[in-house]
Design a protein around this ligand. Structure first.
Ligand code: SME
Length: 184
């Protein structure tokens, strides 16, 4: 009987954990963009607290961003040697490897800065993974501590021109800081 009761407690707590994990990132359309990002970051911090696996966190970050903002393509490239290598993403298939300094992603890595591109056709060397992509933002994610280095980049594409502005830059850099603290 004791063993059975114990088993029930374990089962119940497991169910409870499953239920609290059922978190929706669909945000009210009444909110301004800044308010949406604010709510997003609050929920996201709770979602990744204590999770240090890079693939898991990047996979959920991609899914959450796509659900909250409906982005056309959202995902990560990770630094491996002198290249960026495709990581978890949401959207259509993408190129596997990008060299340092190439394309929007490689430029953000080389400069150690966010790159906002209102029209991808005007960006020299832009790498077109989808012909539907019109504008793009790439945010570097740094190692934590002294002498920070770019460890990965967050890449978001839109099928509309000039989707990303300083509000996106500001809040996505905050997201990158959370990812940096959580992962590196
Ligand atoms: N456009 C990017 C390549 C990655 S895809 O957009 C997913 C670039 O120019 O680096």
């Amino acid at each position: 009987e004791t063993i059975c009761a114990l088993f029930c407690v374990i089962l119940t707590s497991d169910l409870y954990l499953t239920l609290i994990m059922e978190q929706s990132f669909a945000l009210s359309s009444e909110l301004t963009k800044a308010e949406r990002y604010g709510e997003f970051l609050r929920q996201f911090e709770a979602l990744v607290e204590g999770i240090d696996d890079e693939i898991s966190v990047m996979a959920n970050a991609s899914a959450a961003l796509r659900e909250a903002f409906g982005f056309f393509w959202v995902g990560f490239y990770r630094v491996k040697g002198n290249e960026l290598v495709l990581g978890p993403f949401q959207g259509s298939v993408a190129c596997y490897r990008i060299k340092h300094g190439r394309g929007v992603c490689g430029t953000a890595w080389a400069q150690g800065q966010t790159v906002v591109v209102p029209d991808v056709e005007q960006f020299p060397g832009h790498i077109a993974c989808s012909s539907l992509s019109r504008s793009e933002i790439v945010v570097p994610i740094f190692s934590a501590g002294e002498n920070p280095e770019v460890r990965s980049v967050l890449d978001i594409d839109s099928e509309h021109y000039a989707t990303f502005d300083d509000t996106d830059r500001c809040y996505l850099e905050e997201l990158a800081a959370i990812l940096s603290r959580t992962l590196y």
